[in-house]
Structure formats: structure tokens, C-alpha cells
Design a protein around this ligand. Structure first.
Ligand SMILES: NC(=O)c1ccc[n+]([C@@H]2O[C@H](COP(=O)([O-])OP(=O)(O)OC[C@H]3O[C@@H](n4cnc5c(N)ncnc54)[C@H](O)[C@@H]3O)[C@@H](O)[C@H]2O)c1
Ligand SMILES: [Zn+2]
Length: 352
């Protein structure tokens, strides 16, 4: 298959490019090489891979890059929480307007297969059970609770402490920041495209992806990268809240194989189909556990739990990725201990 990988110079996209090439496909990269993602240094594409430096919002460039392409793997996006609300137009431009341009050009070129990089952020706060009220959906945590160190969300009816559970794909969506809203809108656009054109799309809702080539600690990066960067400077990883936040850390190589598996599966789907799959390791860990795993593999210093918080962060969100395993036969290959041990010493991208 000849596959256009948008964002193919990025952390996840570049791994997808390598995996596609290793599996005998022909990847083509389209990436604007955003300074917020890359800083000054951009690694070259692997030898023999065609690479177009262009923005997904640029109709002509996208149309040109789509020539001769069988399927698109759409990873290009502005990621992370950004600096403040002033970033909103940039996020919506790159992520949603950009997706609309890409889909319009795919429709014009008659390309019918799309894998979209989705995100767990569309769910907002994860799934919880109250001992008295069963499944409940707590709203955002209050500043008063957070200031007092009460980090666990409480039952909206009885204020009991809740037990976190695994989020399935049919959970209600609840995007809580601009980035999350743009990731959900991308899915809605992709679904509308399948209905209008008879295309087939799969959205992979990635959990917290980590591994080699992860961007260094910019406001756009993920928590594993903050900890890893601190250790590289000889400083303690600073763990917010009490470190008990639960996440699912999935290795970037496993995310890449999930993309290649989904691309193959699209061929079996009927016209107009759209499906979203949680993409996680299936084994939740806390942020504190991750900080300790990285610090000990790196040889210290030990993490410090600061009690600080970021408004808008969710307390727990962990995926149930069973559907992706059962329906598409994907299996993650790198476990937490091995992956974190490797990651503790691997280079980050753009880290000078
Ligand atoms: N890293 C994670 O943990 C994670 C989790 C969930 C979802 N995702 C999604 O995975 C995808 C890839 O993220 P990543 O972590 O590799 O980030 P990244 O910043 O490393 O890569 C994104 C790439 O997209 C490019 N890009 C951004 N806007 C563009 C535009 N308008 N036109 C062309 N190129 C553009 C950037 O230059 C960059 O190379 C994104 O869609 C992101 O939302 C990532
Ligand atoms: Zn209750």
C-alpha cells in the first residue's frame, strides 16, 4: 500500500513511517515541521521515503501529495494543552480546518481509506463507580478541593469517594479543553466524510504514548517527557497532585503497529463505516509509578511529589482496549517495565 502519513516527521508519525516501510508498504510523509513540535532540529526522513514539507491546511500541497496514494494515516496535529487560550485558533486551524482540507482533497482524489490519530482526551474524566449510586460521571474538580489536596473526584449525588474503572468506546464524550475539543471534532469530520463519500475510517484513540523520539518538555509535550527531561538535567521528576493519577502508558512502537493493523482492516470494511478504538496497553499505572520507574532506571534522583495541580487535568482515565485486540487482532508487545527502562536512557527529540 502507498500510505500518506501526515505528521510523519512527528513522534508517532515517524514511527508509523518506519513500521510501514519495514512491513513492505510505501510511506510518504507530509509534515509542516511545526517549530512548537520540533524546535530547530528536525530529523531527516528514513532513506528512500518521499517527504513533502507542507501544511495540511494547504489545499494544493495536499492535493499534490495525495497523487498515487491508496490510504491516509492522519497524525498531523497540534498536541498538548498549549500555553493558554490564545492558542485556540492555532489548534482549531491545524487540527480541524486541516482535517477538513485533507478530507476534501481525499474525496476529490477518490481515496477511500483513512486512519485517524484520535485521543482518550475525548472522554474527559474517566469512568467511575459510586458505592451507593453505581456508574457516575463527576464534573470538573473544584479549586477548593484541589487546593485542599482532595484530588479524588467525588460522587455528584452523595460526595462519596469513587472507584475508577475502564473506559469503553461507547462511553459519553466530554472534551474538557481546546485540544480535546479539536480531537473530537476530527472524529466527527472523519465520520461525516465516510457517509458523504463512501469512505472507510478508523479512529485510534491513543492513550498516553511514550518512547524514543518523544518531544522534549515544551508546553505541548506529555508527562513522561517532562520526567525524562528533568532526569536528564539531573533534577527530580516533579509529580503533581499526590501521584495517584491513573493512566495507561502505551509504547510508540505498539501505536505504530496498531495503525498498520487498522490500515489493513479498512479493506474489509463496507463503505461509509467509521469506528473508534481505544488504543492502550490494557494495564493502568499511576503517574507516581511512572516517575519512580524512570528515576530508578535512570539512576536517580528520586521523584518529588509536589501537590501542585493543573486545572483541567483529569484525575484518572484508563482505556479498555479489548475491542482493538478482539476485532483487529492487535497486541501490544512492549510492557511497562521494559518500555520505561528503555525510555529512561533513550534520547528525546529536539533536546539540545
Ligand atoms: N503523544 C501522545 O501521547 C498522543 C496521545 C493521543 C493522541 N495523539 C495524537 O497523535 C498524533 C501525533 O502526535 P505526536 O505525539 O506524534 O505529536 P508530534 O508533535 O510529535 O507530531 C505531530 C506532527 O504533526 C505536524 N503538524 C502539526 N500541525 C500540522 C499542520 N497543520 N500541517 C502539517 N503538519 C502538521 C508537526 O510538525 C509534527 O511533526 C496527533 O494527532 C495527536 O493528537 C498523541
Ligand atoms: Zn454516590
Amino acid at each position: 500500500m502507498r500510505v500518506l502519513v501526515t505528521g510523519g516527521a512527528g513522534f508517532i508519525g515517524s514511527q508509523i513511517v518506519r513500521t510501514l516501510a519495514a512491513d513492505g508498504h510505501e510511506p510518504v510523509v507530509l509534515d509542516a515541521l511545526l517549530p512548537s513540535a520540533h524546535g530547530a532540529s528536525v530529523p531527516p526522513p528514513p532513506p528512500g521515503v518521499r517527504s513533502v514539507v507542507a501544511d495540511v491546511r494547504d489545499r494544493e500541497a495536499v492535493a499534490g501529495a495525495l497523487t498515487g496514494i491508496d490510504a491516509v494515516c492522519h497524525q498531523a496535529a497540534m498536541v498538548g494543552l498549549g500555553k493558554d487560550f490564545a492558542d485556540a485558533p492555532q489548534y482549531v486551524g491545524c487540527n480541524d480546518f486541516g482535517t477538513a482540507v485533507l478530507l476534501a482533497e481525499m474525496a476529490a482524489a477518490g481515496i477511500r481509506y483513512l486512519v485517524l490519530a484520535g485521543s482518550m482526551v475525548v472522554y474527559g474524566e474517566g469512568r467511575y463507580d459510586c458505592p451507593r449510586h453505581g456508574g457516575v460521571r463527576p464534573g470538573p474538580r473544584s479549586v477548593a478541593d484541589l487546593d485542599a489536596g482532595r484530588f479524588e473526584p467525588r460522587c455528584p449525588s452523595c460526595r462519596s469517594e469513587l472507584v475508577p474503572g475502564l473506559v469503553t468506546e461507547d462511553a459519553p464524550v466530554d472534551p474538557r479543553n481546546v485540544y480535546a475539543a479539536t480531537k473530537l471534532a476530527q472524529e466527527h469530520l472523519a465520520a461525516a466524510w465516510t457517509r458523504a463519500t463512501g469512505g472507510r475510517a478508523v479512529a485510534l484513540r491513543y492513550h498516553n504514548v511514550y518512547g524514543p523520539g518523544m518531544p522534549r518538555d515544551t508546553p505541548y509535550a506529555g508527562v513522561a517527557s517532562f520526567f525524562r527531561s528533568a532526569l536528564a538535567r539531573g533534577e527530580s521528576p516533579r509529580v503533581f497532585e499526590d501521584g495517584g493519577q491513573r493512566r495507561d502508558f502505551v509504547h510508540v512502537r505498539d501505536v505504530a503497529t496498531a495503525n498498520v493493523t487498522a490500515l489493513a482492516a479498512l479493506r474489509e470494511r463496507g463503505p461509509g463505516s467509521f469506528d473508534a478504538y481505544n488504543t492502550g496497553s490494557g494495564v493502568p499505572h499511576t503517574i507516581g509509578e511512572m516517575a519512580w520507574a524512570l528515576a530508578s532506571a535512570h539512576g536517580g534522583p528520586a521523584p518529588v511529589v509536589t501537590g501542585e495541580y493543573r486545572l483541567g487535568d483529569v484525575r484518572h482515565v484508563t482505556a479498555d482496549s479489548r475491542r482493538l485486540r478482539e476485532e483487529l487482532g492487535w497486541k501490544p508487545a512492549t510492557d511497562f517495565v521494559t518500555g520505561m527502562r528503555e525510555f529512561a536512557t533513550e534520547p528525546l527529540r529536539g533536546a539540545g
